[in-house]
Ligand binder design. Sequence first.
Ligand SMILES: O=C(O)CCC(=O)C(=O)O
Ligand SMILES: [Fe+2]
Length: 292
Amino acid sequence: MNRGGRAWRGFFPVGEELTSGRPDMKEGLYFGTELPACHPLVEAGIPLHGPNLFPDNMPELKESVLQYIEAMNKLGHSLMGAVAASLGLPQTYFQEKYMRPEPLSLFRIFNYPKDLLASIDGEERWGVGEHTDYGVLTILRQDSCGGLQVKNRSNAWIEAPPVHGSFVINIGDMLEKMTSGLYRSTPHRVKNTASKDRLSFPFFFDPNFSAVIQPVALPPMLAGSIHRGDEGYTRWDGSSVEDFKGTYGEYIIRKVFKVFPDLAKEANIDETISAMAAAVAELNARNAIACK
Ligand SMILES: O=C(O)CCC(=O)C(=O)O
Ligand SMILES: [Fe+2]
């Protein structure tokens, strides 16, 4: 990942990402919205923005990934239209307020190798340990291996088995924040116990980097049905989404520095975040959203 440039794209090996604070037993390819070098956010060195790193010897991979991202963006907008309707809001509410000029879309292809150590020094190993996703929605395609588990409202782990021709949709932290906990970000984890490698394809459909995330005004009937602390619910990382204030860019960059500690070694996180926030604000003031 430290060779993936500011956009943090490319391959990372087993054990290099620490989603829940411990090395994940998975490897993967990182992709995202394809932005050319002349795009103002790329020129300004804003993390997570830039061109993908596609292998030259496999042109069909680039074509498929870019088509997939486009299709998933459309699906993401439709799903968020349904979420808006469920809250009594206009269907384009989230698109207008949080996804302009475009959502932050990240797409990964993960491989969870079979037969990896179940524990190291007595500590249980997970393909990816308990965590919640950061943004609004995750649209996940998994192969037939199984191994994905989600925590339900009673704090019990249940399987989310593969269902042919379907996606698993995870609610992310920002949707929890926007809905004051009515939609709660789903804790989940993965362990590959199948006799073959497990492939999964998570697509993260997230607010624009400079969107300031705020709770929506819920209709009284829905607001009255939020029960945040009634089941002894504490978040997996001990943090509070409710307390977070700021742009989605700040939120996700802090997360990225946590899960890739190697990146954090090279940077002063607070300085990086304030420089980034200033650069984004300056670009927004000039409405610089495309190549000149
Ligand atoms: O591989 C999976 O099924 C889930 C991956 C995941 O939870 C994540 O990347 O956030
Ligand atoms: Fe996840």
